[in-house]
Design a protein around this ligand. Structure first.
Ligand SMILES: [Zn+2]
Length: 311
């Protein structure tokens, strides 16, 4: 009952030999990943008018700037960390949204207990009016707005275990009391935000939880924060679904991060998150790929994540 979304449109985002590149998603092709995850339930995307949903989170001027940059061909959007390859990059970013919304439909309708979307570009750094950190659109934020508006799931929790702080997601829900956002990340590190004192503001005060961790934090210390702080806070929020920004760049082999997680640690956190979801929201989890740049570690970690999600 775990739906897997992977679409060839992700391969159209041609960033050359940039670290966030096509080979990441080649590693996660259903036929290849299925050798590690028996019974992998690969399902097709359904079109959702993704651009309309992107506008629930992003400024119109942002979408147009990204579109024009992609139409110009290989180049950069907004800053040197966010390359695009051409029109295929825009299509890939919209397909990532379609994957997330298709997964949302399946999980909300009970056609899957949970779902994982292997998509790129990643999304959690994108601000409403600014692309950054390899990210064009905040896919997980768009997913949250879709679940609220289309499926009436108002209270949501977003957990982000990518090694980098999910500054874009935090910005979108900074003042929102309905969407709890928790991020564990290496700190200091790109993008520089995510200090423990950042807790949301106004009506959203207390619904943002940041767990900054120094490079080299032992795995057991990381897991203690996840189990002792993140999971209890998620359950206290009483979400109707749990969304996961599943970056795998906190893996010890990752070239961009300095944390020490293993695929076994990702499996353990997945199991605990699944148990929490079983207690508070009928097991509903939609997980989206964010970072993860060591190809072998990425493949092994996604497989471990899926094996646990699928039970
Ligand atoms: Zn990352």
């Amino acid at each position: 009952m775990t739906a897997y979304y992977w679409d060839a449109a992700s391969l159209g985002h041609d960033t050359g030999d940039f670290v966030e590149g096509i080979p990441r998603l080649e590693r996660l092709r259903p036929d290849r990943l299925g050798r590690l995850v028996p019974g992998l339930d690969h399902r097709p995307l359904r079109p959702h008018g993704a651009e309309g949903w992107v506008l629930r989170v992003h400024e119109k001027s942002h979408v147009e700037r990204v579109r024009r940059a992609c139409e110009r061909g290989p180049g950069l959007v907004d800053n040197p960390d966010t390359p695009v390859g051409g029109p295929g990059s825009f299509a890939a970013a919209l397909a990532a949204v379609d994957a997330a919304l298709t997964a949302a439909d399946a999980v909300a309708a009970g056609e899957a207990e949970n779902a994982f979307c292997a998509v790129r570009p990643p999304g959690h750094h994108a601000l409403p009016d600014y692309s950054m950190g390899f990210c064009l659109f905040g896919t997980i934020s768009i997913l949250a707005r879709y679940l609220q508006e289309r499926h009436g799931l108002r209270r949501l929790a977003i957990v982000d275990w990518d090694v980098h702080h999910g500054n874009g997601t935090q910005a979108v829900f900074w003042r929102d009391p309905d969407v709890f956002f928790a991020s564990l990340h290496q700190y200091p590190l790109y993008p520089g935000t995510g200090a423990a004192r950042e807790r949301g503001e106004g009506p959203g005060e207390g619904t943002t939880l940041n767990i900054p961790l120094p490079a080299g934090t032992p795995v057991e210390a990381y897991l203690a924060r996840f189990e002792g702080e993140v999971l209890p806070a998620v359950e206290r929020h009483a979400p109707e679904a749990i969304l996961l920004s599943a970056g795998f760049d906190a893996h010890r082999a990752d070239p961009l991060g300095g944390l020490l997680l293993t695929e076994g640690a990702f499996a353990r956190m997945t199991r605990e998150l699944k148990e929490a979801a079983g207690r508070c929201c009928g097991g509903r989890i939609v997980s989206l790929l964010e970072g993860g740049y060591d190809l072998g570690a990425l493949e092994a970690s996604v497989a471990a994540h899926l094996l646990v999600l699928a039970g």
